[in-house]
Design a binder for this molecule. Structure first.
Ligand SMILES: Nc1nc2c(c(=O)[nH]1)N[C@H]1C(S)=C(S)[C@@H](COP(=O)(O)OP(=O)(O)OC[C@H]3O[C@@H](n4cnc5c(=O)[nH]c(N)nc54)[C@H](O)[C@@H]3O)O[C@H]1N2
Ligand SMILES: Nc1nc2c(c(=O)[nH]1)N[C@H]1C(S)=C(S)[C@@H](COP(=O)(O)OP(=O)(O)OC[C@H]3O[C@@H](n4cnc5c(=O)[nH]c(N)nc54)[C@H](O)[C@@H]3O)O[C@H]1N2
Ligand SMILES: [Mo]
Length: 761
């Protein structure tokens, strides 16, 4: 057994943020950029005349009157604006097979791609190719496939303009196969909330955080993944409004945070307590916890009477359906089951119910900890139920706040990236462009990969991202990618998905957010939509990483013109001036009226959110309480030898982009091969801190999956729960382990058994 602290594992004894964040930023800048360039670039992040930070979708405070420091935003920006380059000659010296031995960090750390490349299967290398030749070859190949055998993936950094052109191209080509990163992320929100409140988006604005009396923060880690949100939480905590964190892991930033924007805290090495109450449910225990809180509320209401105001009966009567059904279901649920499944004692859930009943304006914020479960859609709907019980929609300081992932993942969906298009959008596409778009439903991300695995899909076009690595089940997905006839990747940096070449593969390097996008009518702006439905412009200023880069809209237009010689769309004209693309978006998507005028206003504009006016676009015209019969998420629950594994991001990564090997706030330095475990779960298995362990799935059939070469790290995590990093942990997630309602992979609820690795140590 291991004795003292394992290598690289030590407690981080400072608050989150603070000087540690400033130091880490300085290091990142040193590694990737020259300091003066970095300063000028970072100062233009999220400013009205600057670019939108590619880091996250949290909105900008009053649209950026002053610079907002953000460590992980700085990493995202400098990682894109790096001085490192991958020239075409690099590929001559490295076969694709040899590059596949490299890890995610090393590949991306090579720097920016600089020239279009085409795969030469005879030599197993990528070779430089001119843009026109690349487009011509891609177009000729695409024309040979049945359109429904081609997948068009979008990663959520794509601008509204690029995403819109991309969907128009794919639909004119003839398919609705639009896998996108949102399918792995907030699809449970997009599917769950429309049934509840009539729209699949968050309902709060930043101003609401100035008025809320309580925040319940569930399943997200803002100190790492939405650091600019920490400024907001810090303000809320300082004015004394309670913040209740519900997370199986103790996350430092939710406990204590020093705001680098606060000179006094920085000077005095002070910090602010963020969560006033921290509940650690079992992984996958959220639906049960939410039902426990609601059950307690209903019991309080039953006791105090309807006039006491525990529930907002006037709101319930005027605006909702289904309350009685929910109340009956919750009264019948047994505390003993709720406690067992949530892992939380009744008394703790009652505390939350009391705090909630005392607040007249509550916001619930949530992230992947809620959505990436086989019950993801139900989890989200239980959050909506909780908010509806006290009328927490359509009043200041209240609402639901899903923390979206990529900086424009929400916008991509708004402008038409969807495998299930509505009739209205299709009719408007036909009206505006004069072709008949297909109506039959296409593939989401998991369905697309299944079609590739089965050989039904032959070609894949990726607008950014690292699809094969981001999806579950690399043992199944990676080999399947090698059977593709054609793969086309529009990208800024090299990653493993680009190396899973089939017969034909192309690597098309594009401009990033930070770079000047010059088209024939002059410099262009693109637009993006943040987590709070604000649409605004983003203008890059840096000289492009190479003279050979093209913008994403220009690349879509190039592929489209070459693929569809008879196209009804004037691709060249649209790309010459992005105002024309926005006019076309306005013609197809009704909520964008006066698009070009409105994005010229500083800060942009907000898309309509009917629930904020207590208007419910559901079939009944009311908000719906939705009963979730179940409590238990996975079949193996109840078997004490089975633990539930969740996969999380470290502080030094952006999804599959691994910036570095530290996870400072969780006390991990220079390694990622760790599994966080509860000390009691370790003791009962004879595992010591630092021991090599084997993690094996416990689905109970043939073909269980195994993760080796990892160590156990004792961590304050709920009993019965374990956590490891994404994407390393993806080998434990079967491709069909998904939320049936939304198709979201259940990356955060994998039943596993863990034992000491007897071959090591
Ligand atoms: N720096 C940085 N920023 C990012 C990203 C990044 O990788 N790096 N990714 C972007 C993207 S695409 C996304 S989607 C967001 C992701 O942002 P988050 O949603 O914050 O992402 P995760 O790290 O996956 O995990 C979230 C939290 O969920 C908790 N959790 C795990 N399982 C459960 C559970 O069963 N119940 C509850 N209640 N909590 C649970 C984990 O302990 C963790 O604190 O961030 C975006 N921003
Ligand atoms: N186990 C597990 N798996 C997960 C998750 C999890 O929590 N656990 N989270 C899921 C989630 S929420 C998401 S969103 C997905 C992420 O899935 P993806 O969005 O597919 O993955 P990323 O890692 O964000 O993609 C990184 C690549 O994007 C490219 N890129 C960067 N900037 C640009 C740009 O401006 N333009 C273009 N064209 N390309 C660019 C670079 O080449 C880079 O290598 O992963 C999912 N997978
Ligand atoms: Mo995401």
């Amino acid at each position: 057994m291991a004795e003292s602290e394992p290598r690289g594992i030590r407690r981080y004894s400072y608050p989150a943020g603070g000087w540690g964040a400033l130091r880490a930023t300085a290091r990142t800048i040193r590694e990737q950029m020259d300091a003066p360039d970095a300063a000028a670039t970072l100062l233009r992040t999220n400013k009205p005349d600057g670019f939108d930070c590619p880091g996250c979708a949290w909105p900008d405070s009053r649209h950026g009157s002053s610079f907002q420091f953000c460590e992980n935003g700085a990493k995202a920006v400098t990682w894109e604006a790096t001085k490192k380059r991958v020239p075409a000659s690099f590929f001559t010296g490295h076969t694709v097979a040899s590059l596949l031995e490299w890890n995610d960090h090393a590949l991306e750390d090579l720097g920016r791609l600089t020239e279009p490349m085409a795969y030469n299967a005879d030599k197993d290398i990528y070779e430089a190719i001119g843009w026109d030749a690349a487009f011509a070859r891609i177009g000729a190949l695409l024309r040979t496939f049945d359109p429904d055998a081609v997948e068009f993936y979008t990663s959520g950094r794509t601008s509204n303009e690029a995403a819109f052109l991309y969907q128009i191209f794919a639909r004119e080509f003839g398919t609705n196969n639009f896998p996108d990163c949102s399918n792995m992320c907030h699809e449970a929100t997009s599917v769950g909330l429309p049934t509840s409140i009539g729209i699949g988006k968050g309902t709060v604005s930043l101003e609401d955080f100035d008025h809320c009396e309580l925040i319940i923060a569930m399943g997200h880690n803002p100190g790492t993944n939405h650091p600019r949100m920490m400024g907001t939480l810090h303000e809320v905590a300082r004015r004394g409004a309670p913040i209740i964190a519900i997370n199986p892991l103790r996350e430092l930033a939710l406990e204590r945070f020093a705001d680098p924007q606060d000179p006094l805290e920085m000077a005095t090495l002070g910090a602010t307590d963020i969560a006033s109450n921290y509940l650690q449910p079992r992984v996958g225990g959220d639906a049960a916890a939410l039902q426990g809180i609601m059950k307690a509320l209903i019991e309080m209401d039953d006791e105090a009477g309807p006039q006491a105001g525990v529930l907002d009966h006037a709101f319930i009567a005027a605006h909702t359906n289904g309350f009685e059904g929910l109340a009956v279901d919750l009264r019948a649920k047994r505390w003993i089951d709720i406690e067992a499944v949530s892992g939380l004692p009744q008394a703790r859930l009652r505390d939350v119910a009391r705090a909630y009943a005392a607040s007249s304006a509550t916001i619930v914020t949530y992230g992947m900890g809620l959505t990436q479960h086989s019950t993801g859609t139900h989890n989200v709907q239980q959050v909506a139920n909780l908010l509806l019980l006290r009328g927490n929609f359509g009043k200041p300081g209240a609402g639901i706040c899903p923390l979206r992932g990529h900086s424009n993942v929400q916008g991509d969906r708004t402008v038409g990236i969807t495998e299930k298009p509505g009739a209205q959008m299709l009719a408007r596409i036909e009206q505006r462009f004069g072709f008949v778009p297909p109506a039959s439903h296409g593939h989401d991300a998991v369905a697309a990969m299944k079609a590739i695995v089965d050989g039904r899909s032959k070609a894949l076009v990726c607008m950014g991202g690292n699809l094969a690595v981001a999806l579950p089940d690399p043992e199944v997905c990676l080999p399947a990618m090698r059977r593709l006839e054609l793969a086309v990747h529009v990208a800024t940096k090299l990653n493993r998905t680009h190396l899973l070449v089939g017969r034909h593969a192309f690597l098309l390097p594009c401009l990033g957010r930070t770079e000047l996008d010059e088209q024939s009518s002059g410099p262009q702006a693109v637009t993006v939509e943040d987590s709070m439905s604000m649409v605004h412009a983003s203008r890059g200023r840096l000289p492009p990483a190479s003279g050979l880069l093209k913008s994403e809209p220009a690349i879509v237009a190039g592929i489209a013109s070459a693929t569809l010689p008879e196209s009804k769309v004037s691709w060249t004209e649209l790309v010459a001036d992005y105002d024309r693309i926005r006019d076309a978006i306005e013609a197809v998507i009704p909520s964008f009226e006066a698009y070009n005028a409105r994005i010229r206003e500083p800060g942009g504009f907000r898309l309509p959110l009917p629930p904020t006016e207590r208007v419910w676009k559901t079939p009944s015209g009311r908000a719906e309480f939705l009963v979730f019969d179940g409590l238990v998420e996975d079949a193996a629950a109840g078997d004490p030898s089975v633990l539930t594994l969740t996969t999380v991001r470290s502080h030094d990564q952006y999804n599959t982009t691994i910036y570095g090997f530290d996870d400072r706030y969780r006390g991990v330095f220079g390694r990622r091969d760790v599994v966080f475990m509860n000390e009691d779960d370790m003791a009962s298995r004879g595992i010591a801190h630092g021991d090599a362990i084997v993690v094996e799935t416990a689905f109970g059939g043939a073909g269980e999956r195994v993760l080796r070469d990892v160590i156990a790290v004792a961590y304050p995590i709920a009993r019965g729960s374990v956590a490891t990093y994404y994407p390393e942990g993806n080998c434990l997630v079967p491709l069909d382990h998904v939320d049936r309602a939304s198709g979201t992979p259940s990356y955060k609820s994998v039943p596993v058994r863990i034992r000491r690795d007897s071959n090591v140590g």
